[in-house]
Design a binder for this molecule. Structure first.
Ligand code: BGC
Length: 920
């Protein structure tokens, strides 16, 4: 009896457990809550911010049918499900991103708490997500109480072309004691120049290069830091160290080409502004703002310049200057400046961070006392120095991307970027130092003046970047290509530095737009670049020339006229388009739209009978080899591409008339283009690889001749020994077009090529990054001290734009409309590879696509996130031959067969994991 009862009890228990588990497994969970692309952002100024989340759920074909968002003024209210700020109510919608806040007006300096729940395809309700939160910045000008303050260090009296002017950093401090018990403390701070905020002896936050680079005449970004935890009840000291940065320091090639101005492009004296909001427990508040009561001085940082480097004399440290108990009688009253024209706003992208710490691989000593640390890869950032020695010892750090044959670093390619850091020891034990206001592009650090022989601990590589490359994975059966993928990511990280720079090492580091537009889609696969590019589009819009052209680079600090070029200026259309395509972001299109229209008008004015000529700086298919595509061709074809993208963007914004206008424009351009550049034979009149790639990719070939054009491109590549003759622009388009027109095998041959010019050539020559030129370096040439020193960067992402093909075609992950809601899985299956594994974390969740051969059997592993659908292309006409798991696909109701022809079978699937196999 007892046993029977027990069995019954256990059975009941386990069945109810099973039942519960089943219910749990089926329930959708809501994860990765973000606002304006950020996780729990502090201090935003978007008045109608956008929400997004990602859904997880077991099984197949899972979807969201409704959601409910609650926003509360306190965690307590949210826990009680009181959406006192906004309750969206149960909203029938399958959107999980770009959902616009629609509650009461948001208030300055307030924190908001939110959560979301969803209903699935069978109307089952999920649990509430975990709580997320955000806070608002200072939304009104009247909220600002601070003055822009600085320390007077005198003026530039140097001969601007023949010697450098490198003023010391300025130090500012203020001691204060909260009147009552503090409940919450928030700092809102910024600088014209660069600044590091200090509080009670420590750095506040983990940002580098605050407040970021903008057109300071138009806008300046401020930062918000929650400093509650670091506030003392007694004396506190808030401090700031400020330096010239982009505002007043050397930028780009100004000095090299002897522009009228070589520095001080936005202003002469860096200054700091900010305020601390103290909220007391009794509900009252107090603001400590920058004003004339602050104290200012100089200190250990004797020189600080982004391009030139930093000099730190530790013997000059004002020990304890940023902490309580310091005697500041010798410090002066600050100088007060005005900031008349710009707006104070929040950086939409987020600032540069330390994304990795690297231990050197080895140390060599090419000359007595000269030590070279090999960091193992070519990064952007700084070197942290750890040293012990006598007071006054002077250590110098120099940086190089490659070594000469004698083992010394090569610095010729840095041109006039001095890129040298100096540290003078104070001599009181172990000293650890990092510069604050400079960065370098390097694999090697040369250390001279070190007391004794350094060991590997003496130098640590501090990788600095604005983005983290965690959105994709890629591997293939070809080891070289796997290294290439690593090199692409390393170079993206090195150049996504507040703006997308061309390179991180020489006196350039500008937001060159040809590079940025060609690499844009690639960048989206490796990292979530939505916030970064949102910020950069503000820079681009600010930099638009008054006559409508977008310039060569943005921000554009120089006062040079006519600085634009076909395929560079087109970034103003191509980058926003990709933001829409990849992130389903129409707000950014709205922001850019007026400027884009103006740009289209500029192009129309410049055109004759719909042919836009070259013009401006005409960089052409920059750094192509053996073939030159005319500037006219580049100009005319990109004009067509712009018109096509404008039509699509106008459509996305619901501007029907504009969409029709741009469609017509595109048709007219196409007609004119075909007449001028496409021959009846299907050849282009210029017959370069790049001309075919552009015309086919931009849809400028007559339909009936397109395949002939692609065939000619393929033939040319074969004749050229399976090698490119293309530059920055043509290369990725060749790859994309080959795959579009049935030449996957050929695309893989180029992808795997190791002879010059190819990606493999750089990998075989030991590269850890993407080079500016196809032949930046060869092992044999290492002895050549010049190595084309004038323009030879080893960290230029432009040729890394093959990443677009790697994901779009090799792994085959694309979006049919915008934002990967309707996914396309169409891998370039070829016997040229044994396998490809790719994955991508889209705004709608994690997608993966892997394929491999088992003899003649093709196996495809696919993962599609909840709330999305995918069209899967399987390269066989024989539907009955395709299995999912071990079942024929016709037996599975969740798989729809859309079509099957001699080339392929197309299936439609919902979310879940699938393993397809078929004999080929
Ligand atoms: C930059 C390039 C840029 C080019 C314009 C170079 O100096 O490094 O990446 O696009 O100028 O042709």
């Amino acid at each position: 009896m007892k046993i029977k009862f027990l069995t019954l009890f256990i059975t009941l228990l386990s069945s109810s457990f099973l039942f519960a588990q089943d219910v749990n497994n089926r329930a959708i969970t809501v994860k990765e809550l973000r606002l304006e692309y950020h996780v729990n952002p502090k201090g935003i100024d978007v008045l109608k911010p956008r929400f997004s989340w990602v859904l997880l759920g077991e099984g197949r074909g899972r979807a969201q049918t409704s959601y409910r968002i609650l926003v509360s003024s306190s965690q307590k209210a949210l826990d009680k499900n009181e959406g006192d700020v906004w309750d969206s109510g149960k909203t029938a919608s399958n959107n999980t991103n770009q959902i616009v806040y629609n509650g009461i007006s948001l208030t300055s300096n307030r924190t908001y708490f939110w959560k979301v729940k969803v209903w699935d395809e069978s109307s089952a309700e999920s649990n509430w997500s975990q709580t997320a939160h955000w806070s608002m910045g200072l939304l009104k000008f009247s909220n600002w109480k601070g003055l822009f303050i600085s320390h007077d260090v005198g003026y530039d009296k140097t001969d601007k072309y023949n010697s450098l002017y490198l003023p010391p950093a300025r130090y500012l401090r203020k001691s204060f004691t909260p009147a009552k018990k503090v409940k919450k403390a928030t700092a809102y701070t910024t600088a014209l120049g660069l600044y590091e905020l200090r509080l009670n002896g420590s750095k506040v936050g983990d940002d580098y290069f605050a407040p970021g680079w903008t057109d300071y005449n138009k806008r300046l970004y401020y930062q918000t830091y929650d400093i509650t935890e670091s506030i003392n009840q007694g004396e506190n000291v808030i401090g700031a160290v400020i330096a010239d940065g982009w505002y007043a320091g050397y930028i780009g090639y100004g000095l090299l080409v002897r522009l009228d101005k070589v520095r001080e492009y936005y202003g002469v004296n860096p200054s700091f502004m900010g305020q601390i909001h103290l909220e007391y427990q009794d509900g009252t508040t107090e603001i400590i703002a920058t004003d004339r009561s602050w104290k200012s001085s100089q200190g250990a940082i004797r020189e600080a310049d982004i391009l030139m480097g930093e000099v730190y004399d530790a013997t000059m440290e004002n020990t304890g200057w940023d902490a309580p108990g310091y005697n500041d009688v010798s410090w002066k009253k600050p100088k007060v400046y005005t900031y008349p024209n710009g707006e104070l706003q929040v950086h939409p992208g987020g600032l540069v961070k330390n994304t990795e710490r690297i231990r050197p691989l080895k140390i060599t000593e090419p000359e007595p006392g000269t030590y070279v640390f090999d960091m193992g890869k070519n990064i952007a950032g700084i070197a942290e120095l750890k040293v012990q020695g006598p007071k006054g010892t002077k250590i110098q750090l120099r940086f190089g991307e490659i070594l000469k044959r004698d083992g010394n670093i090569q610095t010729e390619n840095l041109r006039l970027a001095r890129a040298t850091d100096t540290y003078i020891l104070k001599g009181d034990g172990v000293e650890v130092w990092q510069p604050k206001f400079t960065y370098h592009g390097f694999q090697y650090v040369e250390v001279t003046g070190f007391p004794g022989k350094p060991d590997l601990d003496a130098i640590t590589g501090i990788v600095l970047s604005s983005t983290v490359n965690d959105a994709s994975t890629f591997s293939s059966s070809n080891a070289m290509n796997n290294q290439l993928y690593e090199n692409i990511k390393t170079t993206q990280s090195a150049n996504f530095f507040d703006i997308p720079t061309d390179c991180p090492q020489r006196d350039e580091r500008l937001g060159w737009l040809g590079d940025a537009q060609t690499y844009m889609r690639s960048a989206t696969y490796n990292a979530d670049v939505a916030p970064f590019m949102t910020k950069f589009l503000v820079d681009l819009d600010d930099a638009q020339r008054w006559y409508g052209a977008y310039p060569n680079f943005a921000p554009f600090p120089y006062s040079r006229p006519a600085q634009y070029s076909p395929a560079w200026m087109d970034a103003g259309v191509i980058i926003p388009y990709n933001m829409y395509k990849v992130y389903n972001d129409t707000r950014v299109l709205e922001y850019m739209y007026e400027g884009m229209e103006k740009f289209m008008e500029f192009q129309a004015d410049a055109s004759t009978d719909f042919i836009r000529p070259g013009g401006g700086n005409n960089w052409g298919d920059w750094l192509s080899v053996n073939e030159t595509t005319s500037h006219g061709y580049v100009g005319a074809s990109f004009y067509g591409f712009d018109a096509k993208l404008m039509a699509e963007m106008a459509e996305a914004l619901g501007k029907k008339e504009d969409a029709a206008k741009y469609k017509t424009l595109f048709e007219n351009i196409k007609k004119a283009f075909v007449k001028k550049y496409i021959l009846d034979t299907g050849y282009t009149s210029e017959d370069t690889q790049t001309t075919y790639a552009f015309a086919l990719y931009f849809d400028l070939f007559p339909e009936e001749l397109a395949q002939k054009g692609a065939d000619r491109l393929a033939e040319k590549i074969k004749k050229n020994g399976f090698k490119f003759s293309t530059g920055f622009l043509g290369t990725k388009h060749v790859m994309l077009v080959l795959s579009q027109y049935g030449y996957d095998d050929l695309a893989y041959k180029l992808f795997k090529q190791t002879e010059y010019p190819s990606w493999g050539y750089s990998v075989e020559n030991g590269s850890t990054s993407i080079w500016e030129r196809w032949n930046s370096y060869t092992k044999d040439e290492a002895g050549n001290s010049d190595l084309n020193g004038k323009m030879n960067s080893f960290s230029h992402y432009a040729f890394g734009s093959v990443a677009e093909w790697m994901f779009l075609h090799a792994a085959g992950i694309d979006t049919e409309d915008s934002g990967y809601r309707n996914i396309i899985i169409k891998p370039a299956i070829s016997k040229e590879m044994d396998f490809i594994n790719g994955s991508y974390k889209s705004i709608n969740g994690h997608i993966s696509s892997a394929w491999n051969w088992k003899g003649n059997k093709l196996i495809m592993n696919i993962e599609i996130p909840v709330n999305t659908r995918a069209k899967v292309y399987i390269p066989t006409s024989n539907v009955s031959n395709i299995k999912e798991g071990n079942k024929a696909i016709s037996k599975l109701s969740e798989i729809k067969i859309l079509k099957s022809n001699s080339k392929e079978t197309v299936l439609e699937i919902g979310s879940g994991n699938y393993v397809f196999s078929t004999k080929i």
